[in-house]
Design a binder for this molecule. Structure first.
Ligand code: HEC
Ligand code: HEC
Length: 247
């Protein structure tokens, strides 16, 4: 996170919608990548006329993009792109052209290697801090409550206290059902992990065991359910963590 993203990159993300590759910057990337890959495909087919057409689109786009975000200018090697154009005009042999292309590709790879994950964290991911559970509890606060109830089930069960276990369980179940609803803040269609029907069936099974005072089973199921929290964290937390650090 030491290499944080330049502020001016925001200018190209003003209209972008989280969860979709819709920014102005990404659009330019698609044009550039399309021309670059098209040029290489044309060359492989020996179609130098069309390779030149693609080259011209690519060179223009590369130069344009190199100027879009000032602090990133150093990633671009416009001279290397010009040299490729010259060598193509001179009908240079394949190994010369390949070297030129590799040099340009390395500039793309360096920038993307250093920046893509940051850009996704900042612009593609919606901020969990802006998502409310049950329409009112900010996500991080809801998680803390969820953890207290969830851990409470196991702790109270270990003490053999059926009433407290049941209280923790009821609060947990209601809150977790609301967490499930909150997924739709970012996802349009149902996701089949962490909050799926099989997980809620396990939760109901835990409730039955509390009613029957089978605390050993309650503790075992509580442990099993914990992996669902953990997996959802492994998936969603890194981007959120990067995002918070960039703020
Ligand atoms: C979307 C999948 C998802 C599920 C399912 C989920 N969490 Fe979380 N949880 C998150 C994310 C994302 C964060 C980080 C939020 C942030 O930093 O803004 C988080 C944060 C937390 C935190 C830290 C809160 C803080 O700010 O200190 C705790 C504790 C927690 N979760 C507990 C749980 C427990 C217990 C469960 C299961 C019963 C669970 N979570 C299920 C996504 C999930
Ligand atoms: C703050 C936004 C946000 C929330 C809330 C959220 N997710 Fe996600 N999730 C994402 C993003 C972004 C991705 C990355 C892939 C994408 O863009 O769809 C993702 C990916 C996933 C994936 C893997 C890829 C896929 O689409 O199947 C699963 C599974 C998933 N989320 C489940 C959940 C579940 C279950 C919940 C609720 C408990 C949840 N998510 C809540 C933003 C969110």
């Amino acid at each position: 996170m030491k290499l944080s993203l330049p502020k001016s990159l925001d200018n190209f993300y003003q209209d972008s919608k989280p969860g979709t590759p819709s920014s102005e910057y990404v659009r330019e990337m698609f044009i550039m990548a399309g021309a670059f890959d098209g040029m290489i495909a044309n060359m492989q087919e020996g179609d130098m006329a069309n390779a030149n057409v693609s080259y011209n689109v690519f060179a223009k786009e590369y130069t344009k993009v190199s100027k879009m975000v000032k602090p990133w200018k150093g990633y671009f090697d416009v001279a290397a792109v010009k040299k490729l154009g010259k060598d193509m005009n001179l009908n240079a042999n394949e190994s010369v052209i390949s070297k030129d292309i590799a040099k340009i590709a390395a500039t793309c790879e360096k920038c993307m290697g250093e920046r893509t994950a940051q850009v996704w964290a900042k612009y593609h991911w919606r901020d969990f801090d802006t998502v409310n559970i049950s329409g009112e509890i900010p996500w991080p606060d809801a998680m803390k409550m969820l953890a207290v109830n969830f851990v409470g089930i196991g702790a109270n069960a270990a003490e053999g206290n059926q009433t407290s276990t049941n209280n923790s369980f009821n609060q947990f179940k209601v809150l977790y059902a609301n967490v499930k609803v909150a997924c739709y803040n970012c996802h349009d269609s149902p996701r089949t992990y962490y909050v799926s029907d099989d997980v809620f069936a396990k939760i109901d099974q835990m409730g039955t065991n509390i009613t029957e005072n089978n605390m050993k089973n309650v503790m075992a199921i509580q442990q099993e359910l914990g992996i669902q929290c953990y997996r959802c964290h492994v998936l969603h937390w890194p981007a959120q963590n990067m995002k918070s650090k960039m703020k």
